[in-house]
Design a protein around this ligand. Structure first.
Ligand SMILES: [Mn+2]
Length: 401
C-alpha cells in the first residue's frame, strides 16, 4: 500500500463525515512480562488512514481546512537506542501527511482547532469490549479523555470507518489474494509432508517455515487441532500428539501487506473412519451450498436464515438431531458464526451494512464439532462479492480430507 491509498482513505473518511474533524490514535505497546513488551500490531483504522505501523502516533484530520497532522510520540534516548524509532521524514513518506508535530505540542494545537470545531470524531472503546476475555489497548481511551477535556462533543466514527473498510479497493483485494496464495501453498506442502509429522506443533512449524521463508507472518495465532481438540474452537496449544486415523483441523492465514487470509482445512491423518468421512462430506456439501448463495443484494438476515436451514439439514443427516426445530442441539454442534469480514483485521467488520455488496470479502466457514465422537470438521474459504455474484478466492486449495 502506498501514500496514494492512505491519502484516498483519509479523503473518503472526511467526505463521509461531511468535512468533519477526526483524531485517531495508534495502539500502544502492551506488557508481556516484567520489562518486555508483546509484539506490536497496529490499530487497523489508524493504519488505514496513515500506513504507520509504530506505536503511539496520532493523526489529526481537519475536514474544514483540508489540513492533516501527524503527532510523533515522545521517545527518549534510551528507548531510541533499544528500539529505534520512525523518523518524521519516514512517517511523511509512508502517510503522505506533510506536517509532523511533537507529542507535547498536540494538545495546544487541538485547543486552537477547537475554536472552529465543537465536535470531534475518534474511534472509541470497542462496543463489545466487556464480552471479550482480555484488556483493551489503552490508547483509544487515553485519547478520548484528552478530547473530552477540549471539545464539547466527542463522537465515535468506528461505524463509518467499518463501512469504508468493508468495501475493498482493488489494491486491497490484490493483497488479500497474495496472502491467500501463500497460505494455499503452505497447506499444500503440509498435505505432502503430513504422514511424516507426529505432533500438532510439527505441523505448525511447517506453516511458520513456509510463511517466514517468504517474509510473511501469521495474520493470527494458528490453530492446529488433532481429533477432539478441533472441538475447542480457539484451540491454540498445538501441542498434542497426532493419533492415527483421526482428523486434523488447521485454521491458518498469512498476512500480506497488512491484509489477512483466513483458511481452514480438515485433513485425515492416516485412514479416515466411515464416520469421519461422513461428517467431512456433510460439512463440504454445506460449504459449497452456502457459498453458492452469495451475491450482491442478498440480505444478511436472509443469508443467516438459509445457512441455519442448510446446517440443520446437515446435522439431521448425520443423526445428530432429530428435526430442524431443535435449536439447542443445533448450536451445540455448530456454535459459531458462519461468516465474518476479512481484511486488515482477520475478523473485519462488514460495516453493519445489512446486505452483500460488491467489494466485500468474507469467510464462509461451516463446521460440525462432535466432542463425544472426537470429531471436529471445519472448512473455511475467503469469498469476494462481485458485481455478478462472488469469487471464491481460496478455491485453488482442495477441500478434500
Ligand atoms: Mn475465520
Amino acid at each position: 500500500m502506498n501514500q496514494a491509498f492512505f491519502a484516498r482513505n483519509r479523503q473518503t473518511l472526511i467526505d463521509t463525515l461531511s468535512g468533519g474533524f477526526v483524531v485517531l490514535s495508534a495502539y500502544s505497546l502492551l506488557q508481556r512480562s516484567n520489562d518486555a513488551a508483546h509484539g506490536f500490531q497496529q490499530e487497523a483504522n489508524f493504519w488505514y488512514v496513515t500506513g504507520i505501523t509504530e506505536p503511539d502516533w496520532l493523526v489529526i484530520l481537519d475536514g474544514m481546512s483540508g489540513k492533516s497532522w501527524l503527532v510523533s510520540p515522545a521517545v527518549d534516548d534510551v528507548h531510541r537506542t533499544f528500539e529505534g524509532e520512525l523518523s518524521d521524514q519516514e512517517a511523511v513518506a509512508i502517510s503522505g501527511i506533510s506536517t509532523v508535530i511533537p507529542y507535547d505540542e498536540y494538545e495546544a494545537l487541538l485547543r486552537r482547532l477547537a475554536k472552529n470545531h465543537s465536535v470531534v470524531r475518534t474511534v472509541k472503546e470497542h462496543p463489545h469490549s466487556s464480552y471479550y476475555n482480555f484488556i483493551e489497548n489503552p490508547a483509544q481511551k487515553r485519547l478520548v479523555s484528552v478530547l473530552d477535556r477540549i471539545f464539547t462533543s466527542v463522537l465515535d466514527c468506528r461505524k463509518e470507518l467499518a463501512q469504508l473498510r468493508a468495501i475493498k479497493q482493488p489494491e486491497e483485494i490484490v493483497a488479500i489474494k497474495k496472502a491467500i496464495k501463500q497460505t494455499t501453498q503452505a497447506f499444500e506442502v503440509v498435505r505432502d509432508v503430513l504422514p511424516n509429522l507426529r505432533y500438532e506443533y510439527e505441523v505448525e512449524a511447517e506453516f511458520i517455515y513456509q510463511f517466514k521463508k517468504h517474509g510473511l507472518d501469521h495474520a493470527y495465532d494458528p490453530i492446529v487441532a488433532g481429533g477432539k481438540n478441533a472441538c475447542t474452537l480457539h484451540y491454540g496449544k498445538n501441542s498434542a500428539k497426532l493419533k492415527k486415523n483421526s482428523l486434523l483441523l488447521m485454521d491458518i492465514g498469512a498476512l500480506y501487506d497488512g491484509y489477512a487470509a483466513d483458511i481452514t482445512r480438515t485433513f485425515s491423518y492416516g485412514q479416515p473412519t466411515n464416520r469421519q468421512q461422513q461428517v467431512h462430506a456433510a460439512v463440504k456439501t454445506a460449504h459449497e451450498t452456502i457459498i453458492a448463495l452469495l451475491k450482491p443484494g442478498l440480505s444478511m438476515k436472509e443469508y443467516d436464515e438459509t445457512v441455519d436451514h442448510i446446517m440443520k439439514r446437515a446435522l439431521v443427516g448425520l443423526r445428530l438431531m432429530k428435526n430442524e426445530a431443535d435449536d439447542n442441539t443445533y448450536r451445540r454442534y455448530f456454535p459459531h458464526a458462519i461468516s465474518h469480514g476479512l481484511g486488515i483485521d482477520v475478523h473485519d467488520s462488514l460495516g453493519g451494512i445489512g446486505h452483500f455488496q460488491p467489494g466485500m470479502v468474507l469467510t464462509v466457514e461451516p463446521g460440525i464439532y462432535i466432542p463425544e465422537e472426537g470429531i471436529g470438521v471445519r472448512i473455511e474459504d475467503d469469498i469476494l462479492i462481485t458485481e455478478k455474484g462472488h469469487e471464491n478466492l481460496s478455491r485453488h486449495l482442495s477441500t478434500d480430507l
